[in-house]
Ligand binder design. Structure first.
Ligand code: CP
Ligand code: NVA
Length: 298
């Protein structure tokens, strides 16, 4: 049997992704109505994280609790991975005992090594290349609030990072137009010149003009902390503030995967504005990942 992994958004067919988002909304409604649904009894999800996390960890742990299963949180401090045991050896051992594994790590290549020998589904909980779980929640949030995202304009403003790359993948799978504003010399690694629904600019006003959804993220991701001060200067014209948001469509919404750096990539005013859906977006990590676990395991 072929094991289904979730390494990038491209691993799930367009239609299945759409169904998954709709299922996430159903699962959320079930939670709100206190309907108990435990399809993963006696199943264990391992969380192998060598970067910090609040939302990803909590949402997977709570999701498994809802589903009647268990989780095992493993940081490099606790495992032999931190002492240099090869990642493939670790993958073989852990995957012989648990039912699914979420990995959050620096190098995407390490995730690929892990999944290549894993006997159970592997979920990408963030690498330096992509953060696909966040996009499930973002797409779900848009769907809940505004309906289909297909044909809409999304503006990405900021770093050419893992979230930006994930929006590139999402624009292909969910068929929206993506306008990316990054500083000069910051080109997202997954951008290809043949993507005709994706445009690149250094001018955030061009990206945000008439957008239906505006998204940003920190200017220095995990692993880039030493470049934080230098990046504040390079990125300063790319702040999402009230003036920039005023160029978007009047009913446009604002998303941020969080954690946010207030006064840097986004102002407090925008985070607190009526356009901002960040708390719903964060909660939806739980529901979207439950739909993902159901898709992979049930
Ligand atoms: N957005 C997100 O993935 O948050 P955490 O780093 O807290 O998991
Ligand atoms: N781009 C950020 C996302 C955090 C959820 C990072 O990789 O640190």
């Amino acid at each position: 049997m072929n094991i289904k992994h979730f390494i990038t958004l491209l691993d799930i067919e367009k239609n299945d992704l759409k169904n998954l988002v709709n299922r996430a909304i159903e699962l959320k409604n079930m939670v709100k109505k206190n309907i108990v649904y435990t399809p993963l009894q006696n199943k264990t999800l391992a969380l192998v994280f060598d970067k910090s996390s609040t939302r990803t960890r909590v949402s997977f742990e709570v999701g498994m609790t809802h589903f009647g299963g268990n989780t095992l949180f493993l940081s490099p401090r606790d495992t032999q991975l931190g002492r240099g045991e090869p990642i493939e050896d670790t993958a073989r051992v852990i995957s012989s005992m648990v039912d699914c594994i979420v990995i959050r790590t620096h190098k995407h290549e390490d995730l690929l090594k892990f999944s290549s020998v894993s006997k159970v589904p592997v979920i990408n909980g963030l690498t330096e290349l992509v953060h696909p779980c966040q996009l499930l929640a973002d797409m779900m949030t848009y769907q809940e609030l505004k309906g289909e995202i297909k044909g809409k304009k999304v503006a990405w403003v900021g770093d050419a990072n893992n979230m930006c790359n994930s929006y590139i993948n999402a624009s292909k799978q969910f068929e929206f137009d993506l306008s990316i504003a990054t500083p000069k010399n910051f080109t997202p690694s997954l951008f290809e010149n043949t993507d005709d629904n994706i445009s690149l600019t250094n001018d955030p006003e061009i990206a945000v003009k008439n957008a239906d959804l505006v998204v940003t993220d920190v200017w220095a991701s995990m692993g880039d902390e030493d470049k934080e001060e230098e990046r504040k200067k390079i990125f300063k014209t790319l702040q999402v503030n009230k003036d920039l948001m005023s160029l978007a469509n009047t009913d446009a919404i604002f998303m941020h995967c969080l954690p946010a750096h207030r006064g840097e990539e986004v102002t407090e005013e925008v985070l607190n504005s009526s356009a901002s859906v960040i708390w719903q977006e964060a909660e939806n990590r739980l529901h979207a990942q439950k739909a993902l676990l159901e898709y992979l395991l049930v």
